[in-house]
Design a protein around this ligand. Sequence first.
Ligand code: HEC
Length: 502
Amino acid sequence: MSHRKQTPIIRPNAIILGVATVFACSAFVGARVQQTQGFQRNTKVKRVGGSVSQLYNDTCAKCHGDNAQGGGGGTKSLLTVDKFDQKWDRPFFDATRNGVPDAGMEAYGETMSDEEIWALIVHIRELQNKTLRSETAPKPVADVYSTKYYKYRVETVLKEDKSLKTPWCIDWLPDGKMLVNYRPGIMGVVVKGKLIGQVEGLPESTELGQGGLMEVAVHPEYKINGWIYLSIADPKSDAKRQAFTRYVRGKLKFEGSKITWTDQQDIFKMPEENYNGSEIHFGGKIVFDHKGHIFFSTGERGNGPLAQRLDKPNGKVWRLNEDGTVPSDNPFVNTPGALPGIWSYGHRNPQGITMDNNGEIWDTEHAPRGGDELNHIVKGSNYGWPVITFGINYNDSSLSVPWPTDDQHFKMPILRWLPSCATSGLKIANSKVFPLWKGDLIAGGLAGRNVDRVRVNGETIIEKETLSWGLGRVRDLAFGPDGYLYITLNEPDRIVRMVPVK
Ligand code: HEC
């Protein structure tokens, strides 16, 4: 324990060295990660702002229709499944900016900024979604849902209990007990669908908007070491409504009906000067790499620009040894001023993280309106937030363009959900009852109420389907020891599982 206290994740002297250094977005990793789309900014036209829907209705609807159904002067409908695909993002943008002269559509790049043109494409995506989402999602027939490889039904594992609000995360002990973290600070222990007890002595957490008691992750070698990892919104010692994401590990002691959290160790705790009163973006998910490391996320806590700074803990994916010390081969250990635990940066709010069967790390993260992301997490990379994003502002105004210019070395998402689904929970499928999904990424969405399956080959998506839509706000998902896909739902708060049927 004591050596751990002496090896804090931030070295105070390193911070002092870094005071004068404001981290430019890309300077550090330009040579390592280079993925641009050759995007040339239009510098002629300045951004005006204002409502995107209004702009669409005033400018585009006369030909493309109020709902993108087309019709005006023979303009074709955009409400087809093919045109909803993300591969059309850039061609749609280019068509709007450069015009389609043969078809009689003018070049809006003469009068509109890049940000506004992208926002119009987001608007078109939202219009497409209204029609197409319900068409493509599986619907139950006699309680059985049909998807590409499996038919399944949904079983309730844990019913709503009004005294236990917002289950956030689940995991299992090797003996089959299910641990359920509830955001207000409760860990329940569930056996065969019955809550047998609540854990006493958990670390203090504060339910501050999106944060509270969050992750619970049982160490893969639990039988040998007994460790369980948690993430919490950790309250500042003298201001309980200010918080930052903290990770601890500890053990559970079962004595009759009494269950106690013991042997707690800090894995990741930032100095309290980083704590703030923002109610958003805690990140909070962790994955073990089976080589002695953990990867985990912190959200940017409502302060986007800090995601670009290597001397700040906001908006990062981290890699530490399982005991919280810093591995010597981390990407920024020799960068003056950088927090040495950082693995990648420029993240907004990663609430899903997993490792695939090739040892590659993936995250899902919340974007603003439009453009949640599935990212392949590569050592030292910058994921661009808040400099570029697929999203627009919630108030219906434009924000950014999604593509980096040649001098911006950002790593692009492999998949963007547009409209946003509020991605939450990401797991790799290795289930004995769903063998045909082996190696696929399974992602949930809160606002989208969706569970999606994504198959990638390298960084190319080769299959994507919505497995479930509309059960509730999907807070987390995990394959149980029985191989079924467990889904933690909010509003109503319950846990269900997907069980394959013949
Ligand atoms: C005068 C009619 C007209 C107006 C106004 C107009 N468009 Fe178009 N647009 C067309 C036609 C015609 C096409 C060619 C494809 C078709 O027939 O749908 C097209 C093509 C496009 C495409 C490519 C679609 C594809 O299937 O590849 C996009 C995207 C697009 N328009 C967006 C916009 C946006 C955004 C606006 C408003 C800023 C706009 N258009 C205004 C008529 C128009």
